[in-house]
Design a protein around this ligand. Structure first.
Ligand code: EPU
Length: 327
């Protein structure tokens, strides 16, 4: 069975199990060890065929758990498509997920890497998530705090890596008095251009969608996994030295001693935007994204990733980390 993945690389699974219910998941866990957990296949680069059993998590459903005058708590099953879920919440008039529009992948993967965009991260809107321990088969509810979220990090990538399969995520969303984040990137500009002074969550989402569509490749046309690298966090003192040389290098403050710099800017300033080795390359509009133009293998894309890493290290003495998981 071919493993679906948004990089659109060829990789086969010897054993493929579509999992539509929690009962099926428990049965599969009792039968197989060491599963490879597949959600939307949108944050993984697969470089070889897999001997491990592939559990494709396809649990579906959205339920209203609780409601007050101002908020709702919605639970989405792990196999729900992320963007379709976001659209559903916006159609109901709920606020909170608008900045996270058009991120690929499924709900269950969102807490793993604490997905984020335009100044909002999953940790800002997630109440809790449910997960099954693959060894004990016990269900555990993780509160937001227990997920130990960081920038594209969580307990599921850290201390509990490989131990849990997320089955559902509960979000706390607003029914009114929405807390909109329009300052990041070009959102405010887009709204101003349209003459929108007090936007609704739907209008913010529409602006985010326009921005993303203008620079991020659509995986159904060009294989990719969104940002391939994380934006590196460097010492303020190192940033100041670089800034003296490159006064247009953007930065985002982290704390008193560290700043985050955009990997896309670093890669572009190494002359690598649009760089290509056969069918694998650096996207021509957003240098943080690696792409498969057609028949690239996982290893072809990985070779480009290491090349980019090496050149950035040479030019800026900054080590880039992969955001995408490599298998
Ligand atoms: N930039 C360049 N050249 C490029 C790309 C970016 O100079 O080729 C500069 C931009 O001009 C801007 C800065 O880098 O000054 C930041 O760029 P942008 O706002 O496009 O965001 P990013 O840092 O490249 C991050 C996330 C994206 C998210 C955007 C918007 C990470 C690794 N990536 O990208 O998330 O959509 O911010 O919030 O943090 C993803 O994770 O898959 C993803 C797409």
């Amino acid at each position: 069975m071919r493993i679906p993945n948004t990089f659109n690389v060829e990789a086969q699974a010897n054993t493929y199990l579509p999992i539509y219910s929690e009962e099926k998941l428990l049965i599969a866990l009792a039968q197989y060890n060491n599963p490879f957990v597949l959600g939307g296949g949108s944050n993984m680069l697969i470089t070889h065929n897999l001997d491990q059993p592939v559990f494709h998590i396809l649990l579906k459903g959205i339920t209203l758990e609780k409601e007050t005058e101002t908020c709702v708590w919605l639970k989405a099953q792990a196999g729900e498509n992320w963007h379709r879920f976001v659209q559903y919440t916006l159609e109901q008039g709920y606020g909170g997920l608008e900045n996270l529009s058009l991120i690929y992948g499924n709900v269950g993967a969102a807490p793993v890497q604490n997905i984020g965009a335009y100044g909002v991260e999953l940790r800002d809107v997630m109440e809790s998530c449910e997960a099954i321990n693959i060894h004990t088969l016990q269900k555990r509810i993780f509160t937001n705090a227990e997920c130990a979220f960081g920038y594209r990090e969580s307990i599921f990538k850290g201390a509990e890596k490989g131990n849990y399969i997320i089955t559902a995520v509960t979000f706390k969303l607003t029914k009114r008095n929405h807390l909109l984040h329009t300052q990041y990137g070009a959102i405010q500009q887009k709204l101003t251009d349209k003459g929108i002074l007090s936007p609704t969550p739907q209008q913010v989402a529409a602006a985010v969608i326009e921005i993303r569509q203008s620079k991020l490749p659509n995986p159904s046309e060009i294989g990719n996994c969104g940002s391939f690298f994380k934006n590196p966090v460097i010492l303020k003192t190192d940033y100041e030295k670089l800034f003296a040389q490159y006064p247009d290098l953007p930065s985002y403050p982290i704390n008193e001693i560290q700043v985050k710099v955009p990997a896309g800017w670093l890669i572009e300033h190494c002359g690598l935007k649009g760089y290509r080795q056969g069918d694998a390359g650096v996207h021509a509009q957003q240098a943080l994204v690696l792409v498969n133009y057609g028949k690239a293998t996982g290893n072809d894309i990985l070779a480009v990733a290491y090349y980019v890493k090496e050149i950035v290290q040479k030019q800026f003495s900054i080590s880039l980390d992969f955001e995408v998981n490599i298998f």
